[in-house]
Design a protein around this ligand. Structure first.
Ligand code: ATP
Length: 448
């Protein structure tokens, strides 16, 4: 991991580029910003959507044994009692009595034993001012209906998984699946994190891409290995540098209350190695708890053997925002070109928000008219951008920062022979091709 000031610089540059180019904005910025909440701008929404669509395609459309679901954020509060979240979805919280800052008990900056005189606050530096850790529930509470009373308390879901568990029999019956089979869902989740931060890495509102795979008890180990390998393959196919990816197995102290085994997929962010996806063996914990709490049978009858059992669940749980941050952070490069530094996002072309930008070299001699025709034609198929402002060099630089893989320039020759030049964002090579072949050319280049 780089030195702290370098880390801040890298993250600062990424946050600044994200704002400048319209990837991510601070929530409620005109009011000073709602700290750990972020909004996706015109390019960010495209990038995140491309990642989610890619996940959905590989999880749902390309597999016969997985179905999609879109469950509501609000659920019966009994769900969260049964799942163990009301009692156990907590983080240990430490307060500094002096400066009032709050820390997670596992904050590596805390020295000494909180509650004891030797403990030192990492922010104000005072000794003996840190409280002992107390458990803090991460679920957001609100009220359903007009009366704000205990009986009306409802939670914003802290994970999408429970919406799948309570619907597992509905999906099974409606889709006529047989175990093993899975249910996939993309949706918002909310956690009242104690120490959010690092840009979109840890926020209080975020999106998850989760898949719950229901298997026969005993087959869980094998399916766990299968999904672990599959998910790493998927992540690598996002074009992320493989040396910045690794697995981390949860030790006994790290395992969530429901898990028998768990691996994180970690990325080496500028601020160090951190998880952005988890593969968890949740056993029959959730379904058994829901069966007991709801009184509804959640068993599966295996016809071949006439056996009844509560399935085990292997979960793959990815953050759409964290995966987007991985893709952005990995793509960010500063390169020296002809004595100048260019900032470029080397995004996988199929993930890039804009696939191409169309530039008339100058705004005369028939070039803008031809450029517009080409642009109108391309945007029937692709998200493309038209830019006639400033020197061609400046226009290229703007698109480099946006991660646009191809720059299409219409010049004097184009007007004569209907050819254009295509500049490759990464190699900077330019080739001249017939305008009529552009759609096919892009289709070829955007595969993968
Ligand atoms: P962490 O230890 O970082 O808090 P976690 O182990 O609690 O994460 P999971 O419950 O396994 O995370 O959630 C699955 C995924 O959801 C994470 O890998 C991450 O991508 C995403 N996620 C969880 N919490 C947040 C958050 N506060 N902000 C953004 N994404 C999150």
């Amino acid at each position: 991991m780089a030195a702290p000031d370098k880390v801040d610089k890298v993250m600062e540059k990424l946050v600044s580029l994200a704002k400048r180019r319209g990837f991510v904005f601070q929530s409620s910025e005109i009011y000073g910003g709602l700290g750990p909440v972020w909004d996706y701008g015109p390019l960010g929404v495209e990038l995140k959507k491309n990642i989610k669509e890619r996940w959905w395609r590989s999880m749902v459309h390309e597999r016969e044994d997985i179905e999609g679901l879109d469950a509501a954020i609000l659920m019966d509060p009994k769900v969260w009692e049964a799942s163990g979240h009301v009692a156990g979805f907590t983080d240990p919280l430490i307060d500094c009595k002096q400066c009032k800052h709050r820390f997670r008990a596992d904050d590596p900056r805390i020295k000494g034993t909180p509650g004891a005189p030797d403990a030192q606050c990492p922010v104000c530096g005072n000794k003996g001012t840190l409280t002992v850790a107390r458990q803090f529930n991460l679920m957001f509470k609100t009220f359903m209906g007009p009366v704000e009373e205990q009986a009306a308390v409802i939670y914003l879901r802290p994970e999408t998984a429970q919406g799948i568990y309570v619907n597992y029999l509905n999906v099974l019956q409606a889709s006529r699946q047989k175990i093993p089979f899975g249910v996939a869902q993309i949706g918002k989740a909310f956690r009242n994190e104690i120490t959010p931060g690092n840009f979109t890495f840890r926020t209080r509102e975020f999106e998850q891409m989760e898949m719950q795979f229901f298997v026969k008890p005993g087959a869980d180990g094998e399916w766990f290995e299968f999904w672990k390998a599959e998910r790493m393959k998927w992540v690598q196919a996002l074009g992320v540098r493989p040396e910045r990816l690794r697995f981390h197995q949860h030790g006994p102290g790290e395992l969530a209350h429901y898990a028998k085994d768990a691996y994180d997929i970690e990325y080496e962010f500028p601020f160090g190695w951190n998880e952005f996806e988890g593969i968890h063996n949740r056993t029959d914990f959730d379904l058994s708890r829901h069966q007991a709490a709801s009184g509804k049978k959640l068993e599966y009858l295996e016809q071949a053997t006439n056996e009844r059992f509560i399935p085990y669940v292997v979960e793959t749980s990815a953050g759409a925002d964290r995966t987007t941050l991985v893709v952005l952070a990995d793509a960010y490069r500063e390169e020296a070109i002809e004595g100048e530094t260019r900032v470029v996002l080397r995004l996988l072309p199929s993930l890039a928000p804009l696939k191409a930008a169309v530039f008339p070299l100058v705004n005369k001699d028939g070039m803008p008219e031809l450029a517009r025709t080409i642009f109108d034609d391309l945007r029937k198929t692709y998200n493309v951008f038209y830019d006639d402002g400033g020197s061609i060099g400046r226009r290229y630089r703007r698109q480099d920062e946006a991660g646009t893989p191809f720059g299409i320039t219409i010049d004097g020759q184009s007007v004569q022979d209907q050819t254009v030049t295509v500049r490759d964002r990464d190699t900077l090579l330019q080739e001249r091709i017939a305008a009529a072949k552009l759609v096919g050319y892009l289709a070829e280049k955007l595969k993968g």
